[in-house]
Design a protein around this ligand. Structure first.
Ligand SMILES: [Zn+2]
Length: 230
């Protein structure tokens, strides 16, 4: 009985705090305030998931967050009506901290995930495992108006919500590729596996060589959809 009252008291306090914050009676430091937009460069914390969830549903908030990221990009107009694969809230990403072999189209949501992945996963892992940063990311493309495996369901590529990445160039000129190094025994293979695991924290679906033969030479990185990480 006493335990039940304790829970009830805690619930009342929690609801009171939530109301006080929502009404503006209580000032929280920005870092602890759930309404503060995501800061792509700040170390991820327990509120990051919530902030990411919010911006994926709010185009204006997503645009604001992307503008404070390290990405160099230009906004693109929405598609006209009547196309099979209409694009909304899309940007053309030209570079991050690392250059790109080519610019790519991405929804704001995908671009934010890429920015988080590069800043908190890819670059720290390259410095830690290979002793130098990645200077260029080689990708195979993002937007493609196609269905999955010739079936009926549209691929996440059809809405610019997926990017295929094949290799990473380092400051010393080396290129670490999935086709060349995934099966090797050295630091390169360790790096690629760590990059896959880091991608799983920042994208909502990651498919690589362990998924199937079609992905032997690239990571498929997507937002939305299935939540698979292999
Ligand atoms: Zn793909």
């Amino acid at each position: 009985m006493r335990v039940r009252w304790l829970w009830l008291a805690l619930l009342v306090v929690a609801l009171g705090l939530a109301l006080a914050v929502q009404r503006g009676w209580l000032e929280l430091p920005p870092r602890w305030d759930p309404r503060t937009p995501l800061d792509v460069r700040a170390p991820p914390d327990w509120l990051s998931g919530w902030r990411l969830w919010r911006l994926r549903r709010d185009p204006a908030l997503c645009a604001q967050v992307l503008a404070s990221s390290q990405l160099d990009y230009v906004s693109q107009p929405d598609s006209r009506l009547g196309t099979d694969c209409p694009l909304r809230n899309v940007v053309r990403v030209k570079a991050g901290e690392a250059a790109l072999n080519d610019s790519f189209l991405a929804t704001c949501s995908l671009a934010v995930s890429y920015a988080l992945f590069e800043h908190h996963g890819l670059q720290p892992l390259a410095r830690e495992i290979l002793g130098q940063p990645v200077t260029s990311v080689d990708h195979f493309g993002s937007f493609a108006c196609r269905r999955i495996g010739g079936g009926r369901r549209w691929s996440r590529h059809a809405s610019a919500n997926a990017l295929d990445v094949g290799a990473f160039r380092l400051a010393d000129g080396r290129s670490i590729s999935l086709s060349g190094h995934w099966q090797s025994a050295g630091a390169e293979a360790r790096f690629l596996r760590a990059v896959r695991d880091a991608a799983c924290e920042h994208f909502q679906g990651v498919l690589g060589p362990e998924y199937d033969a079609a992905h032997h030479d690239h990571f498929h990185l997507q937002v939305g959809g299935f939540g698979v990480c292999r």
